[in-house]
Design a protein around this ligand. Structure first.
Ligand SMILES: [Zn+2]
Length: 60
């Protein structure tokens, strides 16, 4: 039996509202980049800006 663990990266995008500061984390979509305008804020409907893109490694 192998005890080797495999890790799979999942890339996340963090969008930050310019008005209320709400941060929304979602999975990365093709075409995302830092400082791109994101979706509308779910709280105040202002525009958001992508402030961070990062990967998390999960064991599978
Ligand atoms: Zn907002």
């Amino acid at each position: 039996m192998s005890s080797e663990e495999k890790e799979k990266p999942i890339v996340y995008t963090v969008e930050e509202c310019q008005q209320c500061g709400l941060k929304t984390k979602r999975t990365f979509k093709l075409g995302d980049f830092v400082f791109k305008v994101g979706d509308l804020c779910s709280k105040c409907k202002a525009s958001t800006l992508i402030t961070m893109i990062y990967a998390e490694y999960i064991k599978v």
